[in-house]
Design a binder for this molecule. Structure first.
Ligand SMILES: Nc1ncnc2c1ncn2[C@@H]1O[C@H](COP(=O)(O)OP(=O)(O)OP(=O)(O)O)[C@@H](O)[C@H]1O
Length: 306
């Protein structure tokens, strides 16, 4: 597993990671989620010994990366800036990784097969599409059959088929009992992939819980009500918070049954009564709103008619 204690990284006057405490456990896909600049890549680089913490510690299986006797056998990583030599074939690239880490050459064909690159194993990496390059990077991460897998934005730039593939691979690796730690800035992607979520903003942890708990804590429920008489409906629901959305009202703070009963009691005709949960994307945006460095302009819902 991965464990961070008060992990901190300063760059000149910028604080990239600000005292993170974290345990990433085996058997789960843990999503590491945060807006751009939240500190995800920096944290991953420190896990992999590529950046030194300013203070605090981070360990893989109880040791810091530099103390691992055979790092690639313990932790495999796909980082955003994974360098692939364009003139080298996929097989050559993996062979070199295997040799320099005393991993049997037979493992090269196994991982090529695992990531679906067997047919193009002798093509130069420079001719690969982005998706093929990501697969090759993931093959490199898995070559040592590591118990811990760290993937930084693995679905960036992939097509839907590639995204599905990464998702099912992550699931398989976790089901095999491995620790799978995957960063993304897309909540929608994590919602489909992760069992557990760690959300960061401005270098700090904003949430660390199961996906289910995250939903419960952060996604709000609303009920969409369509009625030919919105003003009468608003009058009949004095306790609720209302907003107008097209020709419907969005009601917060009351359940569908309660709303239906209140409107029936007040003689207000109802054409639609639909419970809705805000998407995880909304929950994520709400949670990280203060941590986002750059905002796009947004608009607020129209007021309910008096
Ligand atoms: N080498 C560096 N020198 C100076 N500042 C850096 C360096 N690396 C990262 N930072 C800063 O640290 C902060 C965190 O960056 P980091 O790349 O870890 O975030 P991130 O969550 O991975 O974002 P993204 O999704 O955009 O990759 C940012 O403000 C970034 O500008």
């Amino acid at each position: 597993m991965i464990e961070a204690n008060s992990l901190t990284k300063h760059y000149d006057d910028a604080v990239a990671v600000d005292g993170i405490d974290l345990v990433v456990r085996p058997g789960y896909v843990t999503g590491f989620l945060g807006p751009n600049g939240a500190g995800k890549s920096t944290t991953m680089r420190m896990i992999l010994g590529l950046d030194r913490p300013t203070s605090g510690t981070v360990t893989v299986n109880g040791r810091s990366y530099t103390e691992l006797a055979a790092p690639l056998r313990e932790v495999g990583a796909l980082l955003e800036a994974n360098a692939l030599h364009p003139g080298r074939t996929a097989r050559h690239h993996l062979r070199q990784l295997a040799t320099s880490n005393r991993i049997p050459a037979s493992r090269v064909d196994e991982v090529l097969d695992l990531v679906g690159l067997s047919d193009v194993a002798d093509r130069r990496a420079g001719t690969f599409s982005l998706g093929m390059g990501q697969r090759l990077g993931i093959a490199g991460a898995l070559i040592g059959d590591p118990a811990v897998v760290v993937l930084d934005e693995p679905v960036n730039g992939l097509d839907p088929e590639g995204i599905r593939w990464v998702r099912s691979l992550a699931r398989r690796l976790a089901d095999e009992g491995r620790t799978v730690f995957i960063s993304s800035h897309l909540m929608s992607e994590m919602a489909l992939m992760a069992d557990h979520l760690v959300v960061v903003g401005r270098g700090r942890i904003l949430a660390d819980c199961s996906m289910e708990q995250f939903m419960q804590d952060h996604a709000t429920s609303t009920v969409r009500v369509r009625t030919p008489d919105p003003a009468a409906a608003a009058h009949a629901l004095p306790r609720a918070e209302l907003a107008r959305e097209g020709d419907a009202l969005v009601v917060r703070g009351m359940g569908a049954a309660e709303i239906g009963d209140a409107l029936f009691g007040a003689g207000v005709r109802v054409h639609e009564l639909a419970p809705q949960r805000s998407s995880l994307e909304d929950a994520f945006m709400t949670l990280t709103a203060d941590a986002v460095q750059f905002h796009a302009a947004s608009h607020t819902p129209e007021d309910v008619p008096a």
